[in-house]
Write a protein that binds this ligand. Structure first.
Ligand SMILES: [Ca+2]
Ligand SMILES: [Ca+2]
Length: 75
């Protein structure tokens, strides 16, 4: 039984690590050149797909895409 729990913990850890390195997070980190946790319009111009969705993603209209706003990005 203990081994089973250990196996499940390992799977859980692996899944969490995968979630952190999701394509969306990687894309965000890649675009956020100055690493302020937000994507500005000039940073977004590096990625056509992000640029197209910029207005939709920017929910609070501050001309920046925060990490949580980027969560609704559709690749
Ligand atoms: Ca930035
Ligand atoms: Ca915003």
């Amino acid at each position: 039984m203990k081994q089973l729990i250990a196996a499940f913990s390992l799977i859980f850890l692996a899944v969490s690590a995968t979630a952190l390195a999701s394509p969306t997070n990687v894309r965000f980190a890649h675009l956020d050149k100055d690493m302020d946790g937000k994507i500005s319009i000039s940073e977004a111009t590096q990625d056509k797909v992000v640029m197209k969705q910029f207005a939709d993603l920017d929910n609070n209209d501050d001309d920046m895409i925060s990490k949580s706003e980027f969560g609704s990005f559709k690749p």
